[in-house]
Design a protein around this ligand. Structure first.
Ligand SMILES: Cc1ncc(COP(=O)(O)O)c(C=O)c1O
Length: 487
């Protein structure tokens, strides 16, 4: 024990030796990051990482300390300039939000508090609970429902589908696994549904064969007649239907399924009604979409993101479950070391880990709570509206140009188009549009993404960006045409 004695004579810590140096560095970092965000419009939206920089990413683990000024210099030289770009006004790739400056600060505060928000009587537990209440309020979801903040839409969907799977009458899935169900379990969703549902199906044990992908109509909405027919066939063939997923905004085109009809079918066949609303659920806040999305209020579960169309810093998504007992009984396990106490630190609200898979959880609720207070919900509604208006504006710009083809009418915040040149085959147009897209990104002009609609490569603009302005879409159209002519 000699070494131990030595160690205890001069104990170590990870706190700085020089607090004022650390404080001063922190102030500079904040200045740098505020400058970065304030001036982001002047930067290219994306930059290819040079090989020299990629080599830097491939170093051995540091065994000895490095000077923190030097570490920050490396951050500025090798990391920050090669950011993904979703903080930029002309980033419209996949479906990604921007974050906000105050959100950055909120995340810093949460990080300093470093609360593990899972159990106990401390402020973060109450703020987390408050944010869940606000999430319900935003969607006009029943007050009695339960919910949990998770890392994002994918986990939010898995969380909901675990509850759906575990909630079968007379079956003890938690104990027996899906062996408790004699027949193969199946869920239903459209072919346009995000791939996270396939992953969820694999995770919950029903496998990809347990996902019935129902065809869509010309507007990329689930074909209701085919949905009913498929359920009937499955029942007659001895399958065990248990859930239908309704899309509130598909990833490709932003299509909203006929949620009212899906709800009716769920009632008719006693199926769990889940809403995949990663970004689109929040369009319910805009009066034009309120009716189409009203059925969200009837759903057994809803999964959506706050890092997309609420522009919160990554990561934060949310699952809401209408039946609190179903939710709790899908996850709650209370070992001796997690027992709830009447007083002291282990008292307080019901442990959050009883409502999801994660035991350790960060204080992601703080950035949501602070941001909603900073702007108020009405501002978010205005911004959601603004993004939708921008999508319709872009649609108009595209329709005005004969060199461009709109590939599907705009219904919400996603615009899919391509450049066309007479005489080129579909394959040639696909190759050309892919080139245009890669050039838009490589030249730092704009970052739309892509999808394939009815075999046609599409430049896809998903607008969940509070920094975009009208002129950004004008630049996109002008540069697409310029590249189409040049390439
Ligand atoms: C419709 C839809 N569902 C699910 C997801 C997955 O969400 P996340 O990336 O937050 O896991 C996305 C992501 O873009 C999406 O657009």
């Amino acid at each position: 024990m000699k070494d131990s004695k030595e160690l205890l004579k001069n104990e170590n810590t990870l706190d700085p030796k020089n607090w004022s140096e650390m404080r001063e560095l922190g102030h500079r970092m904040i200045d740098d990051m505020m400058d970065y965000l304030q001036n982001i419009r002047k930067q290219p939206v994306w930059k290819k990482i040079p090989d020299r920089v990629k080599n830097f990413y491939d170093n051995d683990i540091p065994l000895d300390p490095q000077n923190i000024e030097e570490i920050c210099r490396e951050f500025k030289e090798f990391i920050l300039p090669y950011n993904k770009g979703n903080v930029h006004p002309r980033h419209w790739s996949w479906v990604e939000g921007n974050g906000t400056p105050f959100g950055v600060l909120a995340d810093m505060l949460a990080s300093a508090m470093n609360a593990n928000v899972t159990i106990g009587d401390h402020a973060a537990m109450y703020i987390d609970r408050q944010v869940i209440q606000w999430c319900k309020q935003m969607l006009n979801y029943p007050k009695s429902a339960t919910g949990i903040l998770v890392s994002g839409g994918s986990i939010a969907n898995i969380t909901a589908l675990i509850v759906a799977r575990n909630n079968l009458e007379g079956k003890n899935i938690r104990k027996e696994g899906i062996r408790a169900v004699d027949s193969p379990m199946v869920l239903y969703c459209s072919t346009e549904t995000h791939s996270c549902i396939q992953k969820a199906a694999e995770v919950i044990g029903i496998g990809t064969n347990g996902v019935r992908k129902i065809a869509v109509d010309d507007d990329f909405r689930i074909n209701i007649e085919e949905l009913k027919r498929t359920i009937e066939i499955d029942l007659s063939e001895g399958y065990y239907p248990f859930c239908i997923i309704g899309n509130a905004g598909t990833v490709n085109t932003g299509a909203i399924d006929d949620l009212d009809s899906i709800y009716e079918i769920c009632r008719q066949y006693n199926l769990w009604f889940h809403i995949l609303g990663a970004f689109g659920a929040l369009a319910k806040l805009a009066p034009e979409y309120a009716k189409e999305l009203k059925a969200i209020e009837q759903a057994d579960s809803v999964a959506f993101d706050l890092h997309k169309w609420m522009y919160m810093p990554y990561e934060v998504g949310c699952t809401l479950i209408k039946n609190p007992d179903a939710h709790r009984s899908a996850f709650a396990v209370i070992p001796d070391y997690l027992l709830h106490h009447e007083r002291g630190l282990a008292s307080g609200p019901e442990p959050i880990n009883n409502y999801g898979m994660e035991l350790s959880r960060g204080f992601k609720a703080l950035k949501v709570w602070m941001s909603l207070k900073e702007h108020g919900l009405k501002k978010y509604v205005t911004l959601i509206h603004q993004n939708i208006a921008q999508a319709f504006y872009l649609e108009e710009l595209i329709k005005e140009r004969q060199e461009l083809e709109l590939l599907t009418p705009v219904t919400m915040n996603i615009v899919c188009y391509r450049y066309i040149k007479p005489g080129l085959s579909c394959d040639q147009l696909n190759t050309l549009n892919k080139e245009i897209l890669m050039n838009l990104q490589e030249r730092g002009i704009a970052s739309p993404s892509y999808t394939i609609l009815n075999g046609k490569y599409s430049i896809r603009v998903a607008i969940t960006n509070h920094r975009s302005r009208k002129e950004d879409f004008e630049v996109l159209v002008k540069e697409t045409i310029k590249l189409g002519e040049e390439l």
